[in-house]
Structures are given as C-alpha cells and as structure tokens.
Design a protein around this ligand. Sequence first.
Ligand SMILES: Nc1nc2c(ncn2[C@@H]2O[C@H](COP(=O)(O)OP(=O)(O)OP(=O)(O)O)[C@@H](O)[C@H]2O)c(=O)[nH]1
Ligand SMILES: [Mg+2]
Length: 211
Amino acid sequence: MESFRIKKAAFLTSVGLQGGYPEKRPAEIALVGRSNVGKSSLINCLCGNSKLARISAAPGKTRLVNYYLINDSFYLVDLPGYGFAQRSKGEQESWGKLMEQYLTSGRVDHLLLLLDIRHEPTGEDRQMLQFLLYYGIPYTVVATKADKVAKSKRQQAANQNAKLAGAPPWGLPFSAETGEGKEALLQRIGSIVSEKEKGPEENPAEPLTET
Ligand SMILES: Nc1nc2c(ncn2[C@@H]2O[C@H](COP(=O)(O)OP(=O)(O)OP(=O)(O)O)[C@@H](O)[C@H]2O)c(=O)[nH]1
Ligand SMILES: [Mg+2]
C-alpha cells in the first residue's frame, strides 16, 4: 500500500461560539490538549509548513476552532488549549462552551489527545479523556516535545503518561522539532481518512454455509 502524504494544506476558517462550521468532509480529525502542549506546531510539522498555524511561546495563542483543509479532502482541526491560568473567568467559560459545542456536535471523527512527554497529565487532561470516553470519540494519545527527553526513555514516558491520563498505556512520541513520530502519525491519519472515505461498514453477514 502506498504511504499517505499531505500534498496540500490550507487554512480554511475559524469558528467561535456563534457557529459557522464549514461543510462536512469525509473525515475530521481534531487536536486537543493543554495550552502550549504543541498542537499548532504538530499541524505545521505534519503539513510541512511552519507558517500554517500560529505558534507562540505564550500559552493561549489559539482561541478559536481552526479548520485546515488537507489534500482538498479532509479536515485537521486545531482547538484552543485548556489549563491556561491567565485566562479570565469569562474566557474560561466561553472556552468550555466552545469545546463542548464542538465535541458534542458529532462532527469530529477522531481526536489526537496531546500530552507533554515531560509532565504528568493534569486533572484537566484526565477530564478530557473521560469526556472522550463518555462521548465515544475515538482518539490517539500523542506525547509531544519528545526531543526534550532522552531517546532511551521516550517510548516509556509516552506510555506512562497515557496510562496516568486514564488511557491504555500507549502513546506516540512526537517532536515537531525533529520530526520524530511524523511518519507514524501520517500513516495513522491516512488510515482514519481512508476508513471514513469507504463509508459506513457494510455489515458483514454471517458466512454463508452450504446446506
Ligand atoms: N522542543 C520542542 N518545542 C516545541 C515542540 N512543539 C512545540 N514546541 C514549542 O512549544 C510552544 C507552544 O507551541 P504551540 O504549537 O503554539 O502550542 P499549542 O498547543 O498550539 O498552544 P495554544 O494555542 O496556546 O493552545 C512553542 O514555543 C513551540 O515552539 C516540540 O516538539 N519540541
Ligand atoms: Mg495553538
């Protein structure tokens, strides 16, 4: 099977509480995680374009639901991060409403839950995971900033963080700096998209037995 590639990536639109979501596409894959965990950087790395999504050393850069149209076919969606202490109460509330609106809309097919490989998951990370499980949204745990820990410890640290967040003990070490994990994540995205493009599974009937 030919490997999956991102040949084209373009910013499409930003959506806030007032709505205005774009037309549905065969697949919609969104990124969630703490502010500053590296969601926007991951999108840029996957798409090979450092200017696509806004990145900042100051947390709280992404405030809206940002849609990127990939290969003229499916969406990658950058979401605003949680756990941003400097946010006012009003801002926290509108963040919560926006996330709930988006995650319960039925639009999202798969979530990439990003955890910083260096830090233990927080209460909010665990809450987010519970939320995904409750709504039955398929997800993949990605352990970001893998370049910040020794190579020999990366896989173990990624797995440990997935486990501490409440997921099965497996996480994909990823670095937007070095591109580690990029190929694996691209292939995962490729298979999610091709599954979705095939449409609802034809219900395989019981094998016919000759009588
Ligand atoms: N060393 C290292 N730094 C990274 C990596 N990914 C992101 N960063 C840095 O982490 C900071 C935050 O990255 P963003 O991609 O803006 O994080 P975000 O999750 O989109 O943040 P919000 O939009 O605030 O929710 C920036 O200074 C990035 O350069 C990585 O893989 N390795
Ligand atoms: Mg961002």
